[in-house]
Structure formats: C-alpha cells, structure tokens
Write a new protein. Structure first.
Length: 248
C-alpha cells in the first residue's frame, strides 16, 4: 500500500502543500515585468493619462509646420540721422523671412561701413542701397534720371528741406544792383535726394570737401542739362512744392 501524503497529527481534510519545482533549464523568471504589471494595475488611470499626453504631443508635432527659412540682412542698431558715416556698431544683423528681403538690401556689413546715410533710419529699420549716398539714391526714378548736386545761394535755407520733398529750382541773375533781372525756373517738382543740412559730411560720392549749402536732386535728362553749371550763371534758390494733383 502506498505511503500517505498526510502530515502526522493532521486530519484527513488537511491539504497537501504543493511542491515548488525548480525552473527548467533555459527558463528565467522576470520579476521586473511582474512588478510593472502590478504597478500598471494599481495606476491604470495614470498610465492612460500618460499615453494620451504622448499621443497628443506626437499629433501636435506632426501638424506643426516646419520652421520657415530665414535670411540675414542689416538693420539700424540705433536711431541714425541723415548724413551719418556708418560704422560697424551702427548696424545689427537680423534674420527675417526671405520674402521680406527687398532688392538692394545690404547683407554684408563691409558693403555699408564708411558710407553715408542719405535719409534718417529708425532703430530696427532695414538698410538698403537707396538709403546711402550713391547710385542707389536713384532707385525707382525714370530711366535716364540723374542725381544733380546744386549749391544754394542761401546755405541757411537748406535747414528747411529734407530728402523726399519736392522743390522748384529757380535761377536769378540779380546781383544786388540790378533788381530787375528776371528769375527762371530751371526744374519743377524735382525730388530732393540729400541735403547738407541733414547732417551731411564729406563723402566719396560727392567728391568735394565743401558741402555747405549743397543739395542733391533727381532730375530728368532735360532738367539735368539746364541744372548743370547753373550756379555759374547766377544764384540758385529752391521753392518747396507739393505733389501734383491726382488725375480724376
């Protein structure tokens, strides 16, 4: 008769304790996985919230457009008056969308250093060749237009005009004795490009060390022909005028 498995001194109802067998060869237990599953069962809501956050982050990342390309250009580092000879400290490199870079934009500091401003710049305003003394001043003018320097008979009057204003250039031959000499309008409604009264100094483009009473205007070919050398024929004055009336 086989031996009984009941413990001594216990009744027949006592259950036999199961015998734990060692794991088979090549089989390893995973206590970490069991601990994770146990934690997951206890923190089910937290796990769901974390998964939802990850899913939302992935969705936002996929829907967010990639950053747009940018271009580097130069802007005024501070308020700069007209006539300023630009130094490296006056300019700052800024990055802007490529579509905002206009024709004539200056992107390399060496292209502007040492050149003079033809008009004032506000801090942060982008720099272009049309704001510097030089051929860029004629940007947008009619074909064949010329930048003509004129010396006014009254240098103090230069303080009354600024770049962009329209003037009539008047020649008079009066010398203080003959007051009956007629005056002649040499050019009408020509825009002023630069004036010495706005802080102008000697510049390479002007080629002269004497700028007192000097203004530069944009003139059509026929006007430029009349203005050239006009100061040798008499005294030059300007008259401020408004823009021509719009045609209805």
């Amino acid at each position: 008769m086989p031996a009984t498995l009941f413990s001594p001194g216990r009744g027949a109802a006592s259950a036999v304790r199961p015998v734990r067998r060692p794991p088979a060869a090549g089989v390893t237990r995973r206590p970490g996985r069991r601990r994770f599953l146990s934690w997951l069962s206890r923190n089910r809501r937290l796990a769901i919230a974390l998964l939802l956050c990850v899913a939302a982050g992935i969705t936002v990342h996929q829907l967010t457009p990639p950053p747009a390309d940018t271009a580097t250009t130069l802007a005024a580092a501070r308020d700069l008056p007209a006539g300023t000879a630009l130094a490296a400290a006056d300019l700052a490199s800024v990055r802007i969308p490529p579509q905002l870079v206009s024709d004539g934009s200056i992107t390399v500091p060496g292209e502007a250093t040492g050149k003079q401003l033809a008009a004032p710049l506000r801090k942060g305003q982008l720099l272009t060749d049309s704001q510097l003394l030089g051929p860029g001043l004629l940007t947008g003018t009619a074909a064949g237009a010329a930048a003509v320097p004129l010396r006014m008979a009254d240098p103090s009057s230069i303080q009354l005009v600024s770049p962009g204003q329209l003037v009539n250039v008047v020649l008079t031959g009066a010398n203080g004795y003959d007051q009956n000499s007629p005056s002649e309008v040499l050019a009408s409604s020509v825009p002023v490009l630069w004036t010495s009264g706005q802080g102008g100094k000697t510049g390479q483009w002007l080629g002269t060390a004497e700028t007192d009473g000097l203004i530069v205007v944009a003139a059509a070919p026929e006007q430029a022909a009349r203005l050239a050398g006009a100061s040798t024929q008499g005294k030059l004055f300007f008259v401020l005028v408004g823009p021509p009336a719009a045609q209805g």
